[in-house]
Design a protein around this ligand. Structure first.
Ligand code: PMP
Ligand code: GLN
Length: 375
C-alpha cells in the first residue's frame, strides 16, 4: 500500500539526472550556477570555528529572527512579533509541509491553482485533506470567476504563489484586492502564500501578503533564502503566521525538525547586515534580458516573464510532441534541458509550453541559446 500512489519522482530530479547523464546544459531544475557572494562564504568559514554547532532554539536563532523581522519591516512596512509570528524552516518546502500538516484536517479541502508547484498536493494528501486543483487562466494569471466558483464555506485553505513558478507571472494589486474580497466573503478561509521569489521581480513589482493588513491574520507567508541568496542547497527559509496559527504550526515543527541548521542560521544572521535584497530584481532582470535577446532569433515564442528566474516558451512552431517528450528530445538531441509545464497540472494539460531557468552565468546562457537557436 502506498500513501501516495500517484506520486512519482519529481520532474526536477528526472530532468537534472537526464541532463547530467547526457552532458546537456541544465536549464531545467531551478538553481544558480554562479558562485555565491564571497562575503557569505567568509562568514560561513568564520562561523565554523565559533560555538554555533549545537541545537538552536526551536523557532530559530534569536538574532536571525530579529533581522528577518527588520527585513519584513523595511520591505513591506509590516511589524511582526518575531517571538510568536516567525519560524525558521529547512527551506520553503518544510515550511509548506509543516503548515499544511498542522492546519489541514482529514477530509478538508484545499484549493490549489494549476500549474502548481509540485510539493503542495502531496502535503495535502498526507494530511488527509483533499486538493481541489483548478486552472489559472491560459496565460497563468488568476481566473477569479473560477476561484470564486471553487471556494465555499467549507474550504479550509487557498494556496497562492506569486511570483509564480513555473510561469514567471506576478499578481497585480487588483488581484490582491479580489483576493481580499474572497477572504472577506469566507471568514474561515486560510491563505498559504508561497512568496519564495518575492525579491525577484522586474517591471511589475511584487505585492506581498505582508502588506495586506486585511488578511494577514489568516495568512501563512512562505519565504526561501535559497532563492534570495543563491543558496538553494542550504535549504533555509522562514514563514510568517499569526500567533494562533503559529502555535499549531510549531506543534508539528518541533517533531518534524525541532530546529534548523545552526551554522547556517548564525551565518545568515550576520550576512543580513551586509546585503541589500532590493538589488536582486535588477540582477536577475539583466539575465532575463540577455536570455530573451539571445533567444529572439529562435523559433521559440517567449511568453511574459515578470518575476522568478524562469522563462517560459511556446514551442508549437517547432514540434507537435507532448511537452514531456519534447523536453526529453531537447535534452538528448539538442543538449539543453528544460522543464515541461504539463506535469504541474492535475489534468496533465499540455499547452506546448516549457520552462527554462536563466539563473546561470552569461557563458552558459550564450552556449545554451546557440543550441536552441539552431532548432
Ligand atoms: N515554492 C516554490 C514556488 C519553489 O519554486 C520552490 C523551490 N524552488 C519552493 C517552494 C521550495 O523552496 P526551498 O528550496 O527553499 O525548499
Ligand atoms: N524549485 C526548483 C524549481 O522549480 C526545484 C526545487 C527542487 O528540485 N525540489 O526548479
Amino acid at each position: 500500500m502506498s500513501k501516495l500512489p500517484h506520486v512519482g519522482t519529481t520532474i526536477f530530479t528526472i530532468m537534472s539526472k537526464l541532463a547530467n547523464d547526457t552532458q546537456a546544459i541544465n536549464l531545467s531544475q531551478g538553481f544558480p550556477n554562479f558562485p555565491v557572494d564571497p562575503i557569505l562564504v567568509n562568514i560561513l568559514r568564520e562561523n565554523a570555528s565559533k560555538n554555533v554547532h549545537q541545537y538552536m532554539p526551536m523557532t530559530g536563532f534569536p538574532d536571525l529572527l530579529s533581522k528577518i523581522g527588520a527585513l519584513i519591516e523595511s520591505s513591506y512596512g509590516r511589524s511582526i512579533d518575531t517571538q510568536t509570528e516567525l519560524l525558521i524552516t529547512a527551506g520553503a518546502t518544510q515550511g509548506i509541509f509543516t503548515t499544511i500538516l498542522a492546519l489541514v484536517d482529514q477530509g478538508q479541502e484545499v484549493v490549489v491553482l494549476d500549474p502548481s508547484y509540485d510539493c503542495y498536493e502531496p502535503a495535502i494528501l498526507l494530511a488527509g485533506g483533499k486538493a481541489k486543483r483548478i486552472s489559472l487562466s491560459s496565460d497563468f494569471l488568476p481566473d477569479w470567476d473560477l476561484i470564486y466558483d471553487s471556494v465555499n464555506d467549507s474550504t479550509r485553505m487557498l494556496i497562492i504563489n506569486s511570483p509564480h513558478n513555473p510561469s514567471g507571472r506576478v499578481w497585480t494589486v487588483e488581484d490582491l484586492e479580489k483576493l481580499e474580497l474572497l477572504m472577506a466573503k469566507y471568514p474561515h478561509l486560510l491563505l498559504l502564500s508561497d512568496e519564495v521569489y518575492e525579491y525577484i521581480t522586474f517591471e511589475q513589482k511584487h505585492t506581498s501578503i505582508n502588506s495586506r493588513p486585511a488578511i494577514v491574520d489568516r495568512s501563512i507567508i512562505i519565504s526561501s533564502f535559497g532563492k534570495t541568496f543563491h543558496i538553494t542547497g542550504w535549504k533555509m527559509g522562514y514563514l510568517v503566521a499569526p500567533k494562533h496559527l503559529m502555535t499549531e504550526i510549531n506543534k508539528v515543527h518541533q517533531f518534524n525538525v525541532f530546529s534548523v541548521n545552526s551554522v547556517a542560521q548564525a551565518s545568515l544572521s550576520t550576512y543580513l547586515d551586509h546585503v541589500d535584497v532590493s538589488t536582486l530584481g535588477a540582477f536577475y532582470q539583466k539575465k532575463r534580458d540577455l536570455f530573451q535577446k539571445l533567444m529572439a532569433p529562435s523559433r521559440f515564442k517567449l511568453l511574459p516573464c515578470e518575476g522568478t528566474y524562469f522563462q517560459t516558451v511556446d514551442y508549437s512552431e517547432i514540434s507537435r510532441l507532448k511537452d514531456v517528450d519534447f523536453c526529453r528530445e531537447l535534452t538528448i538531441k539538442h543538449g539543453v534541458a528544460a522543464i515541461p509545464i504539463s506535469v504541474f497540472n492535475a489534468s496533465q494539460k499540455d499547452q506546448k509550453i516549457i520552462r527554462f531557468c536563466f539563473a546561470k552565468d552569461d557563458e552558459t546562457l550564450i552556449k545554451a541559446t546557440e543550441l536552441l537557436c539552431k532548432i
